[in-house]
Design a protein around this ligand. Structure first.
Ligand code: COI
Length: 357
């Protein structure tokens, strides 16, 4: 499909970042965005890159009332030779359609998803920060824009992509965060929408997150919704626990997100001399294993979060400290290797990197 590029008037151009150490996450957006519409009867149409700006939408649109929305997250990196690299973008395209299928949204051709991102990032590449730990975060999303209050799949959608130069997701940077295991609220149940990347999952996580924050924790670790016993995920990350050189993570149970970084860790770790295992993790066993010194490190994985070390885990009233508040060796190794591949400092034996042209 032909993607039109609309003019960018001088008054819509923003100042570029001066101090990349102040970026934070998702607060600043580039000059342009991509929009493609889907209409019942005509399918995907009207693909355009236009100046970044607000949508004019009817207040009755389905997305505002029934949350028919999905999104993705991936990153672009500017290599020292000037090339612009995306990390496994085809995985995001596939997962986007899986999420869409769960909440009855139209499938977007992977080629259109990828071409649109490619063209937008190519135009906006001067916005890609280059300091260590920074990148251009790419946020594709789809919203239902039919102005009607009946509960049924919309007959009109916007697929759009916005770009944000980012630093670390957590204010702490690449330093251990503290996590509280949530034993009251649940995020997802089998058969629900937990494995779809849909906004409602994040809205329903806010209350637990706020309560954890009041107790001094950065994030909530969800347990399974049926027994409140097995480790699932942290909303923005999948979780890994190292038993010496053996790294364990929860299986894709149907209620957790199938993380691109999770998959990359599972493939990368064996090449670094670690063994990996996907198995149900009972929170009681986990706490006992940390207490007995068997769990040596814990870390989260996600596109935004990259590899995030965990320094403290709290379950009910038990608090366990990991790696004495420092970044563990395995966590550091995986962070360095993964970001090394993404930024071109290490070779990519998996063929994960795709260059923007
Ligand atoms: C990502 O890691 O890209 C995500 O979508 C998580 C989000 C909550 C920041």
């Amino acid at each position: 499909m032909d993607i039109k590029v609309l003019p960018l008037p001088a008054e819509k151009m923003k100042d570029k970042i001066k101090d990349e150490s102040q970026l934070g996450f998702g607060k600043l957006f580039t000059d342009r965005m991509l929009i493609v519409e889907w209409k019942a009867g005509s399918g995907w149409c009207d693909a355009r890159i236009e100046p970044y700006g607000p949508f004019m939408l009817d207040p009755s649109c389905t997305v505002f009332h029934y949350a028919q929305e999905i999104f993705e997250g991936l990153k672009a990196y500017k290599w020292s030779d000037g090339r612009v690299a995306l990390f496994r973008p085809e995985m995001n395209a596939r997962r986007f359609n899986q999420s869409g299928d769960r909440i009855c949204m139209p499938e977007i051709p992977e080629e259109l998803f990828l071409d649109g991102i490619n063209k937008l990032v190519a135009l906006e590449q001067d916005w890609i920060p280059t300091a260590d730990g920074t990148s251009l975060y790419i946020r594709p999303a789809m919203i239902a824009v039919e102005p009607v209050l009946g509960v049924h799949p919309s007959n009109h959608y916007y697929f759009f992509v916005i770009l944000s130069p980012v630093g670390a997701y957590y204010a702490a940077g690449f330093n251990p965060i503290n996590i509280m295991v949530e034993d009251h609220y649940v995020r997802a149940v089998p058969g629900g929408t937990g494995e779809a990347k849909t906004g409602g999952n994040y809205a329903s996580s806010l209350k637990a997150g706020l309560e954890a924050k009041k107790k001094g924790y950065d994030q909530v670790l969800w347990l399974d919704g049926r027994e409140r016993r097995y480790i699932e995920e942290v909303g923005a990350m999948n979780m890994f626990f190292a038993y010496g050189k053996h790294i364990v993570t929860a299986p894709l149970s149907g209620s957790i997100l199938s993380g691109v970084t999770r998959d990359s860790v599972l493939k990368l770790a064996p090449t670094l001399g670690f063994t990996v295992e996907e198995r149900p993790i009972d929170v009681n066993d986990l706490m006992a294993d940390i207490s007995a010194g068997k769990v040596t490190e814990a870390f989260g994985s996600g596109t935004a979060a990259v590899i995030t070390p965990v320094g403290k885990l709290c379950y009910k009233d038990e608090v366990q400290q990991l790696t004495g508040g420092r970044v563990g060796e395995i966590t550091q190794n995986l962070y360095d290797t993964l970001t090394g591949i993404q930024t071109g400092k290490l070779s990519d034996q998996f063929g994960w990197v795709k260059f923007v042209d």
